[in-house]
Design a protein around this ligand. Sequence first.
Ligand SMILES: *Cc1c(COP(=O)(O)O)cnc(C)c1O
Length: 503
Amino acid sequence: MTLPVHTAPPIRPTAARTHLFNDRTVDDYRRAVAAGVDRVARRVAQASGPFSGVRPDRLAPLLDAIDLDRPLHDTTAALDELEEVYLRDAVFFHHPRYLAHLNCPVVIPALLGEAVLSAVNSSMDTWDQSAGGTLIERRLIDWTARRIGLGPAADGVFTSGGTQSNLHALLLAREEALAGAAPADRRLLLPRLRIVTSAAGHFSVQKAAKLLGLAPDAVVLVRTGPDRRMRPGAVRHEITRCRRAGLPVMAVVATAGTTDFGTIDPLAEIAEGCAGVWLHVDAAYGCGLLVSPTRRHLLDGIERADSVTVDYHKSFFQPVSSSAVLVRDRRTLRHATWHADYLNPARAVAQQIPNQVDKSLQTTRRFDALKLWLTLRVMGPDAVGELFDEVCDRAAQAWELVAADPRFEVLARSPLSTVVFRWRPTGHGPELADAANLHARAELAASGLAVVAGTRVDGRQYLKFTVLNPTTTRDDVAYVLDLIAEHAGRYAHTHADLTCPVG
Ligand SMILES: *Cc1c(COP(=O)(O)O)cnc(C)c1O
C-alpha cells in the first residue's frame, strides 16, 4: 500500500516581500534610504531656526487624520507626509540657537554607524546574534574604563541611557550591600537601605530607588552650597547619621556634571570620605571630559568610583541612544546575570562564549557601540574632546556675557557648558519676574528663533542655556539674551499692575 503524497501548494511571492531587506532588494534599500537622507539633508540645510514653534493642537489633527490601516504604497508619498507631520516641525539640535537641554549635535561618522547598525540589525544579547559586534562593544567598554582609570578588573556594558545606567549601578550596589544576607534578613534590610546623593543630582536616582524596592525616603539628599556641589563633609555627616540610625548606606552617588547646573561634585574628597561605601559617579553629562585635551583633570577622583555612568549621547556627540555603565570589579556584574537555557546557558560561560546579556538588564539590544566605534576610528578621541572643549569655552563666554548684563542675574559658574540665569526686572517683585521668565521661554520657543530651558532654583524661576554646539557663537548668545529681555520686559510692562511693586 502506498501512502498518499501531500504536496504543499506552491509559494507565490507576494508584494509584501518586496519590502524585505535582502539580496534581491538592495537597490530598493539604497534608493529608499538615500531618499530619506536627502529629505533630512534638505531640512537641515534650510533650517533658519531650531524649531518651527508648532503647538500640539495644530499638529495633532494632522496625525489624527492619518489612517494607519490605509498605506500609501509609495516611499515618496510617505516621505511627503512625514515632512508635514514631523520633519517640518522637528526640534533641530544641530542649530546654534538650540540652547535648551542636554542634546548634542551629532557627528557624521556616528550617523554612518547608525545606518549600518540598523540595517545589519545585530542584537547584542548573545554572541550568536552579534559576533564581532560583541567584541567591538567590549573594546569600547575597556577603552572607556581605561580613560576613567578603573583598573584591571573593570568591565561594563552599553545601556539605553543614563537613567538605565544609574538603575543598573544601583542594582549592583544594592546587591553588594545585601550580599550574604539570608532571605529573612534581606526583607528586614531592604527598607532600611539608604542612598546619599546631591540635591542637584539626577531624578533617575529616585526612580531607581523606587524600582529597586527601597523605602520612599531611601534617597538622602545632601544640600549644596551656592556652588551647587555636594560638600564632602556633608556626605560624611549623612553617612554617619544614617549608620547611627541603623540605616546602612548602600551607595553614595556623586555627579560629574549636574543636569541643572553643570557642576561637578568634588569626586576625590567624596571618595575619601565614603571609603567602604559603594561610590557611583553619574558622569552622564561630564563624561566628555574623558577625551578633553585640556580639561580631563576636572574628573580627577572618578577613578576611585565603584561604578560610573557615561552618556555618549550627551557629550560625545552621538545620536540617541548611546550610554554605558562601567564597574571597577567585573564580578559585581553577576548580580544582573540570569542564565536561560534557550539563550545564554551557563555552559557558554565555561566555553568562554561572550554573551553580553549576562551583564545587561536588557535582552534584545541595539548595537549602539558601533556609532562610537566609527567616531573614534574616523575622528579619534582628541577631535571629540576638542568639540567638547569648544562648547565649554563658549559657555564660559556666555556666562560672562550674562554676568556683565544688568538685565540678568546668573548663578553658579559651570566648568562644563551650562548657564543658569534669570531676567531681572527693576522695581518689581520676584513673582512678576518668575512669570516674565516663564513667558519669555515660551515666547521664544513659539517664535522658533531659539530654544532655551527653564528650571526652578530655590523656589524661583530661572532660564538655562545648555551649550552643546560648537557652532554657537557669542553673537547667537547675545541675540537670544536680547530676545529674552524683550519678551520678559514686555510681559512685565503689561502685567505690572497684577503684582505689588517692591517696597
Ligand atoms: C541626562 C542625565 C541622566 C539621564 O540620562 P538619560 O540618558 O536621559 O536617561 C542621568 N544623570 C545625569 C546627570 C544626566 O544629566
